[in-house]
Design a binder for this molecule. Structure first.
Ligand code: UD1
Ligand code: CA
Length: 445
């Protein structure tokens, strides 16, 4: 059966105390709304609709970046979760199938849990959890397996407030039935809002069946404050580390390794302590990342060794068996098989051919203050230590640059390029110079 995701993300999130809409705060290098989308998309929905309101433009942009196919529904005023769902349904009015409603600020619900909701045959399914501290959550009133109604905390009686089975906010329902139920919602409640939760009573009054699927409370963790955001980041990292270990990654000290939502590490990758994976990193099987590396937007192939203390920035594409050593920074560069960059180097906007060796202290001078330029280095080249390559510049296959050279012109294949001042030796001059200086010091006493 076809499935569409509806993600509610129009709220401001006042308690974040931020100019940024709540769902754009990040964990694992990705906005909260992307986590909700990612979880839902594991079910391969036909459509995804995100309801935006506060910071609509910025939220829509972040959603588009994560999933260009996701649709955006605009809710100009936040009149309640029921009203928000109504806006989404207008956007996909011709859709037939099941609708799964998620919140943009609830990033931890497992795909398996969502699957259980979608598989249920009840007319309306709600994801509930036993809360250690039910606080202000909506309470689920059940009879046996059947869900009778959801009462919002504000509207609940003392007796209802004593219930500990709570509403996560996630629901699943057939699209046309949901449209009908949402249309019948009223806002005559304590908050003056159109509560999505009231569709349960609506369904029951039609003789339909509502059911609860339960999950551990941890999965429903929502983010309302910076403290909760920090806690969520910790939880995300804990999960990501466990998953990496499960997938065959070795880590000496997993607690010091940080992952992004989309980090992908192959089997038998080894990761040293204090390594940070920013967004967009893929590492193929058997590569090794030594201690204290910072990686972002890069691809590392089999057999490559990185670090310790290396920084790979967006667009760093490393072929098999590349070696990157300490204090090396690589940005927007393609390094072919077997390239070695051992120490203290910056490669930006550069192509390097197979088995080329880049000496310590090499810098590609890629920026003239206005434009960025490319450096092209061929295969089997030897770049001497402390070479400045002033881009745009090309070094041909098998060429060599002398240490300390500032290369401003192309170097033909097989040539040696020397671009440094010629050395002059003055015999005995150092001895005389020191005698003079010591005499001067003695005279001062
Ligand atoms: C809601 C549920 C409550 C549940 C709790 C779980 C309702 C009426 N109540 O309460 O039963 O226990 O979540 O966290 O549904 N949103 C919009 N537009 C709106 C209102 C909200 O997009 O007009 C979005 C928010 O951005 C947020 C989500 O919907 O992502 C939930 O809204 P929120 O106001 O936090 O609902 P709660 O009062 O917490
Ligand atoms: Ca909330």
């Amino acid at each position: 059966m076809a499935l569409a995701l509806v993600i509610l993300a129009a709220g401001q999130g006042t308690r974040m105390n931020s100019d940024l809409p709540k769902v754009l705060h990040q964990i694992g290098g990705a906005p909260l709304v992307a986590h909700a989308l990612a979880a839902g998309q594991r079910l391969a929905p036909e459509k995804s609709v995100v309801v935006v309101g506060h910071g609509a433009e910025a939220v829509a942009k972040a959603v588009g970046k994560f999933d260009p196919e996701a649709e955006i529904a605009y809710q100009p005023e936040q009149l309640g979760t029921g009203h928000a769902v109504a806006q989404a349904l207008l956007q996909i009015s011709s859709f037939e199938g099941k609708i799964l409603v998620l919140y943009g600020d609830t990033p931890f619900i497992r795909p398996e849990t969502l699957e259980a909701l979608v598989k249920s045959t009840a007319d309306v399914v709600v994801l509930g959890f036993e809360a250690a501290d039910p606080g202000r959550y909506g309470r689920l009133v059940v009879e046996g397996d059947r869900l009778e109604k959801i009462v919002e905390f504000k509207d609940a009686s003392e007796e209802e407030r004593a219930l500990t089975l709570c509403n996560s906010g996630v629901i699943c329902c057939d699209a046309s039935l949901l449209a009908l139920l949402v249309r019948e919602l009223k806002n005559d409640n304590a908050a003056g809002e159109y509560y999505l939760t009231d569709i349960i009573e609506g369904a029951r009054s039609k003789g339909l069946v509502a059911e609860v699927v339960r999950c551990p409370e941890e999965e429903t963790l929502g983010i309302n404050t910076r403290a909760e955001l920090a806690r969520a980041e910790a939880l995300f990292q804990t999960r990501a580390r466990a998953e990496a270990l499960e997938n065959g990654v070795s880590m000496v000290d997993p607690a010091t390794v940080y992952f992004a939502l989309d980090t992908w590490l192959g089997r038998d990758v080894t990761v040293g302590p204090n390594v940070v994976f920013g967004p967009g990193v893929t590492v193929e099987s058997g590569a090794s990342i030594e201690a204290f590396c910072h990686l972002e937007g890069c691809h590392i192939s089999r057999g490559a060794t990185i670090g310790p203390f290396a920084r790979l920035r967006p667009g760093a594409e490393l072929a098999e068996d590349v070696h990157i050593g300490n204090f090396v920074e690589v940005k927007n560069s393609l390094l072919a098989e077997g390239v070695k960059v051992g120490h203290l180097t910056y490669l930006g906007d550069t192509n390097v051919g197979e088995h080329t060796n880049i000496g310590a202290g090499t810098i590609t001078c890629n920026y003239d203050g206005v434009f960025k330029h490319r450096t092209t280095i061929g295969a089997n080249v030897f770049i001497g230590s402390d070479t400045m390559l002033v881009a745009p510049v090309t070094v041909g296959d098998g060429a060599l640059t002398g240490s300390g050279s500032t290369i401003t012109e192309d170097v033909p294949a097989g040539a040696v390029a020397l671009a440094r001042a010629k050395q002059v030796n003055k015999p005995g001059l150092a001895v005389k110079l020191f005698e003079m200086l010591r005499a001067k010091k003695a005279a001062l006493k």
